[in-house]
Design a protein around this ligand. Structure first.
Ligand code: ADP
Length: 622
């Protein structure tokens, strides 16, 4: 990962700009085409107006031809109307097509999170990066839409500068007449025109410095807002909107605490804004003074040239305004580049995030499809610890088993049972050692195909806020009969019959007031139904009855064979009574398998852990 605080080289920024523009192009080509048109029209239209105004002045001062005068006035009015309407139209089209840009950035991020290696998601470094992306977007405008806006600004300036140079040609064409004094001769000469351009560019540079200070103030003050913004986001977007927290807020009078915290954040924001406004006001005043001075000096010098007979009145109008346009264009170009570079730097976390490599997808071997579901799994000297931790959760674990029937993984809380399953399902890769499926390292298999082998219900499963059937099918489209079959097998039929729209009822109220409010036990049954619907060869259930009442629990055990059918089931529990029916039981302790066998053989060994756990729990079930 790159260091986002490191200053970029120009080449790096150009690469990032190309990438940003490329992403916008991919999202909507029409938006890019519209923006290029807009930049060209914004760059060239002022010169048309300046040219026609100069022609009118010329007719007034010299030609005095009424027909030509009417023509120029009509052309000026027509051009104003036509280009005004055109810019309005293009602006409208741009606004329509730029909306998806924001979603596109969100979609890119979402897609990346959905497909990145699971273990990356919980790394603190990556979580920090995700926060930075949003904060930089909100605080510094580090997003595609804003950066593209600067691209348009740069493009406009690049068209404007050569056009301005063409328009000011008259300033250099006529040599001073004979008989003038030294100073007048200089004022009338092309050399003084070069000085005027030099002064205009010097003013641009001064204005640029002011802009840079302005930007620096805004960026550095805004940086201090980030910490306060996190607190505000936490309260306003996470804590308060979740109606479930309403209970705690009321019972523990947390509103006082929240109000105090919000007041602190508000005070920080107000202080920062006041400081920004004070400094920005000062800079804007200086800018306006420079602009006024530039206009005055240009008109004065060009006016003198006209009086000395080296320029026409129309030429003064055309050149004075064009020199100012040149100055603004140079300023626009430089500040556009400066802003774009700063914004691109703030997009660094986003680009770096999108570039995170997913090693899980490297494998390409197809997974053998066995009709008898007899898959041989081997953990070979596997050691594992979670990201950002230093304690091994599994330590030199070696075991080999053929999963063909029902297998249980038991042990005390925290002994590593769920972790063992997470490794089997390749949510994480071992830190040392390897896991083999039918003699081949599971990293070599095609990741999606390999994941397709497992239907897992973890304890901390999550349901979508969508329809019940979509939750069970884990997709927008589903087979209604299959959904109903799974609903019945897990004992949810009664509950579904009571729902307003049956299997079409949303399972939360997030999107619709008609959504159901399912209990923990019902949610667990829905998760079970989802595992059955997937119809994978391995069904893995992690404490599948933890949230169920005793009757539902007994029902699940009684129907267990019917539930999983002829599939291989791996069953994780610390409740030993619920694993008795399994053909093989692995007993975990401190990240190792300390015993294995069926219930009868394990319970017969009174010296070992299984017997002690069994005894400790048995008294509650007698
Ligand atoms: P079990 O399923 O046997 O109750 P787990 O496999 O869930 O145990 O957890 C084993 C150990 O790993 C515990 O000490 C737990 O705190 C730790 N652990 C589990 N998940 C994570 C995680 N995502 N990050 C860090 N440590 C974890």
């Amino acid at each position: 990962m790159r260091d986002e605080n490191k200053k970029h080289t120009l080449a790096e920024d150009v690469r990032l700009l190309r990438k940003a523009v490329g992403l916008v192009w991919q999202t909507d080509k029409r938006f890019v085409i519209c923006s290029v048109w807009n930049a060209c029209i914004s760059a060239l239209y002022p010169y048309l107006e300046i040219y026609l105004a100069a022609c009118i002045v010329d007719e007034l001062a010299v030609g005095r031809n009424m027909e030509k005068m009417v023509f120029y006035v009509t052309a000026l009015a027509g051009a104003k109307f036509f280009f005004g309407a055109l810019q309005d139209k293009i602006g409208g089209m741009k606004r329509t097509w730029e909306a998806p840009l924001y979603y596109m950035q969100e979609m890119l991020l979402g897609e990346k999170i959905l497909t990145m290696d699971y273990e990356n998601i919980e790394k603190s470094q990556i979580q920090e990066q995700r926060k930075r992306i949003r904060e930089y977007q909100e605080t510094f405008g580090g997003d595609l839409k804003t950066v593209f806006g600067h691209f348009e600004e740069i493009l406009c300036a690049m068209v404007k500068i050569p056009a301005a140079l063409l328009m000011i040609g008259e300033m250099f064409l006529v040599l001073p007449p004979e008989g003038l004094g030294r100073f007048s001769r200089f004022l009338a000469s092309p050399a003084s025109s070069v000085c005027i351009i030099g002064y205009a560019l010097f003013t641009s540079w001064q204005m640029l410095r002011i802009s840079e200070k302005n930007v620096a103030v805004q960026f550095s003050e805004s940086e201090q807002e980030i910490g306060a913004g996190r607190v505000l986001d936490y309260y306003t977007q996470t804590y308060i909107p979740d109606y479930k927290t309403g209970k705690d807020i009321r019972l523990f009078c947390q509103n006082r605490l929240i109000e105090q915290e919000m007041d602190k954040v508000r005070a920080i924001h107000n202080g920062i804004n006041a400081r920004i406004m004070k400094k920005v006001g000062k800079y804007n005043g200086a800018r306006a003074a420079l602009e006024g001075l530039l206009t005055g000096i240009i008109y004065l010098l060009l006016g003198i040239k006209a009086m000395l007979g080296v320029m026409s009145v129309a030429g003064v109008v055309q050149c004075a305004q064009s020199v100012q346009e040149l100055s603004y264009a140079v300023n626009g170009l430089m500040s556009g580049i400066g802003f774009a570079r700063k914004r691109l730097q703030s997009m660094e976390p986003l680009f770096a995030f999108l570039e995170i490599e997913s090693v899980k997808y490297r494998g390409c071997l197809p997974v053998e499809k066995r009709r008898d579901n007899r898959y041989e799994v081997e953990f070979r000297d596997v050691t594992f610890r979670y990201p950002d931790t230093s304690v091994n959760v599994l330590e030199h674990l070696s075991c080999k088993f053929v999963i063909s029937n029902k297998m249980a993984v038991v042990g005390r809380n925290g002994s590593g049972k769920t972790t063992f399953i997470k490794l089997l399902c390749r949510l994480y890769d071992p830190v040392e050692g390897e896991i083999l499926l039918n003699g081949i390292d599971i990293r070599k298999y095609d990741y999606k195909e390999y994941l397709g082998l497992f239907s897992v219900v973890f304890q901390d499963f999550k349901l979508f806020g969508f329809e019940l059937a979509q939750n069970i099918a884990a997709g927008a489209a589903f087979d209604e009969k299959r959904v109903m079959d799974c609903v019945e097998r897990v004992g949810l039929a009664g509950c579904v019959a009571g729902m307003k729209k049956g299997i079409y009822t949303p399972v939360t109220k997030d999107f619709s007031g008609e959504g159901a409010e399912v209990s923990g036990g019902e949610a667990q049954k829905i998760a079970l139904a989802r595992a059955l619907y997937k119809n994978a060869p391995f069904v893995i259930l992690d404490e599948p009855t933890a949230a169920l009442d005793p009757l539902s629990e007994a029902e699940v055990y009684a129907n267990f064979d019917c539930l999983v059918g002829n599939k291989t089931a791996v069953y994780i529990s610390h409740r030993l009574s619920s694993c008795r029916f399994c053909d093989e039981i692995l007993v975990f302790e401190n990240g190792k398998i300390v015993q294995r066998g069926n219930h009868e053989t394990l319970v017969a060994n009174k010296e070992e852990l299984y017997y002690r756990l069994w005894q400790a729990q048995a008294k509650y079930y007698q």
